[in-house]
Design a binder for this molecule. Structure first.
Ligand code: IPE
Ligand code: IPE
Ligand code: MG
Ligand code: MG
Ligand code: MG
Length: 294
C-alpha cells in the first residue's frame, strides 16, 4: 500500500465524518430518534462508499467540495441499510461496527424509524443547492433512488431473505449480491463522477468497474464472515452459516471465492484503465475492497 494513497483515504474519511456530524446536527431537533441515528452513523464504519464518491469525482476532475453531498448521502443510505439488515426480522444481529446494533442499543421501533429517517435525509441532502448544477443534482437523485429501490438494494435484500436455507446457483447468487450490495457501490462511483465531466465511454467503463467492485466487495464480506474473529470483524463471526445464507464460500469454497473476487478486481482495473482522468484512488479502493481485513 502506498503511503500517499493511505493518507488520501484517511483525509477523505475524516472529511465525510465531519460532514456527517454536521448534517446530523442538533438543527434537526434533539430526540431519541436523532440520537439513534447519530449512534449508528457516527460510530465507525470504513466509509468505503463516500471514498468511492470522492475517488470518482477526482477522476472526473471535480472538487472534493462538489462531491460532499453525494459522499454524505451514500453513507446515510448505507447506514440505514445496515440498521434494517440487523433487525430481528432480517439478519437478527446484535453486533455491528464493534458495538450493539441499533435495535439493541435503543429499541426495534426506534431502529426502524432511524433507518427511515436516514434514508429520507440522504435525498434531502442530495437535493440541496450547492456547487453542483441543477442537472447534476437531479441526475444524482435518480442514481441513488434507482440504486436502493425496487430494482436495487431493497430487491437484493428481499432476495437474500427469500433464499435463506437454500443454495442458490451461481448466476442467482451473483444477481443477489449485485443487487443488495453492488448497485449502491456502483452508484457511489457514478454519483461522484457526475460531479465533474465524463464522456459516455468513460461512464460505461466506470459503471462496469463499479459492478465488478461491488460484487467483489460482497464476496469478500462473505469470506470474512467465515474466517474473521468477531473482535476484528466488529460483527459476529459465522452468522451466514447460522442463518443458512447463500454465500460464495458456501457454493465455491473459500479459495475459489477469493480467486473470483480477485478476478473481479482485475476486471475493474482494466475498465478503469480506459478512463482519461486520475484513477489512482479508484484503483486503490478497488484493490482494498478485496484485500481488506474487516
Ligand atoms: C457491510 O458493509 C454490509 C455490506 C454491504 C457487505 P461495510 O463492510 O462497508 O460496513 P461498514 O460501513 O464498514 O461498517
Ligand atoms: C448486507 O449484506 C447488505 C446490505 C446491508 C444492503 P450482509 O447481511 O451480508 O451484511 P453484514 O454481513 O450483515 O454486514
Ligand atoms: Mg443481510
Ligand atoms: Mg447482515
Ligand atoms: Mg455479510
Amino acid at each position: 500500500m502506498s503511503d500517499d494513497l493511505g493518507l488520501w483515504l484517511q483525509s477523505v474519511t475524516n472529511r465525510v465524518n465531519s460532514e456527517l456530524d454536521q448534517v446530523l446536527g442538533s438543527h434537526l431537533t434533539s430526540s431519541r430518534l436523532l440520537e439513534a441515528a447519530r449512534y449508528s452513523v457516527l460510530g465507525g464504519g470504513k466509509r468505503l462508499r463516500p471514498a468511492l464518491v470522492y475517488a470518482a469525482a477526482a477522476a472526473a476532475g471535480a472538487s472534493l467540495e462538489s462531491a460532499d453531498a453525494c459522499a454524505v448521502s451514500v453513507e446515510l443510505v448505507h447506514t440505514y441499510s445496515l440498521i434494517h439488515d440487523d433487525l430481528p426480522c432480517m439478519d437478527d444481529d446484535a453486533l455491528r461496527r464493534g458495538r450493539p446494533t441499533t435495535h439493541i442499543a435503543f429499541d426495534e421501533a426506534t431502529a426502524v424509524l432511524a433507518g427511515d429517517a436516514l434514508q429520507a435525509l440522504a435525498f434531502s441532502v442530495l437535493s440541496k443547492k450547492d456547487r453542483r448544477s441543477d442537472a447534476m443534482r437531479v441526475k444524482q437523485l435518480k442514481l441513488l433512488g434507482d440504486a436502493v429501490g425496487f430494482t436495487g438494494m431493497a430487491l437484493g435484500q428481499a432476495t437474500d431473505l427469500a433464499s435463506e436455507g437454500r443454495v442458490l446457483e451461481l448466476n442467482a447468487l451473483r444477481f443477489m449480491h449485485e443487487k443488495k450490495t453492488g448497485v449502491l457501490i456502483a452508484a457511489s462511483m457514478l454519483m461522484g463522477a457526475s460531479c465533474g465531466s465524463t464522456n459516455s465511454d468513460s461512464w460505461k467503463a466506470l459503471a462496469e468497474a463499479g459492478r465488478a467492485i461491488g460484487l467483489a466487495f460482497q464476496i469478500r464480506d462473505d469470506i470474512l464472515d467465515e474466517t474473521t474473529p468477531t473482535k476484528l470483524l466488529g460483527k459476529e463471526q459465522g452468522r451466514d452459516q447460522a442463518l443458512g445464507k447463500s454465500t460464495f464460500p458456501r457454493l465455491l469454497g473459500l479459495d475459489n471465492s477469493l480467486a473470483e473476487a480477485r478476478r473481479l478486481v482485475a476486471e475493474a482495473h482494466l475498465a478503469l484503465a480506459q478512463l482519461d482522468g486520475d484513477t489512482r484512488f479508484l484503483k486503490y479502493l478497488a484493490t482494498q475492497s478485496v484485500e481488506r481485513s474487516h
